[in-house]
Design a binder for this molecule. Structure first.
Ligand code: TYD
Length: 173
């Protein structure tokens, strides 16, 4: 990447982060990277989204646990949600990965997000509080998976207008 080139990265505060009321702490920690926030939303993660997001882990023995985890299944209905964010900036992917810490919370730097707040469950699942994109290819794939163009401030990837055949939409009463 050329210096000054802007990168985008997806961050997801996972259901354990929501349950432990860590969204504020996580955003404060991420502010250390001096990046620009360009998108944020709270959502329930569908099975489709979860399986697509973690499709590189499909053959792993812990795949089902990881899918249940990102959907918040172990935590009950109130915590079946995540906060997804897109940050923009120079070297954004690496900077956020450093602040997030290693995948295994026991191996993560103790002042990183995962080191400070993560744990390994008795089932052996890494509850590591946040997801952060690993490289530019993953980041683009993940951002396009989690967000539509009109949910992001700025034209970060090429988009196009299509005629949508909307039969029913939800509006305020
Ligand atoms: P992975 O994509 O390898 O790591 P990262 O999230 O750091 O890019 O793994 C995705 C998630 O799967 C990880 O955040 C936690 C979970 N996981 C386990 O529970 N056990 C494991 O042995 C691994 C490698 C991952």
């Amino acid at each position: 990447m050329a210096k000054d080139e802007q990168e985008y990265t997806l961050i997801v505060v996972k259901p354990d982060g929501i349950k432990k009321s860590l969204t504020g702490n996580i955003l404060t920690k991420l502010a250390e990277a001096r990046l620009n926030i360009v998108a944020a939303k709270v959502l329930r993660v569908s099975r489709d989204l979860a399986e697509n997001h973690y499709r590189h882990l499909k053959e792993k023995p812990f795949f089902k646990d990881v899918i249940d985890y990102i959907q918040g299944k172990p935590y009950g209905k109130n915590f079946e949600r995540v906060m997804a964010l897109v940050y923009k900036g120079e070297d954004a992917i690496r900077k956020v990965r450093v602040l997030a810490g290693a995948t295994n919370p026991e191996e993560a730097d103790s002042v990183s997000i995962r080191g400070a707040y993560g744990r390994i469950t008795t089932r052996g699942v890494f509850e590591n509080v946040v997801h952060a994109s690993a490289d530019p290819v993953d980041a683009e794939r993940e951002i396009k998976l989690w967000f539509s163009p009109d949910e992001i401030v700025g034209d970060i990837y090429p988009s196009k207008k299509v005629q949508a055949d909307i039969k029913e939409i939800l509006v305020w009463e």
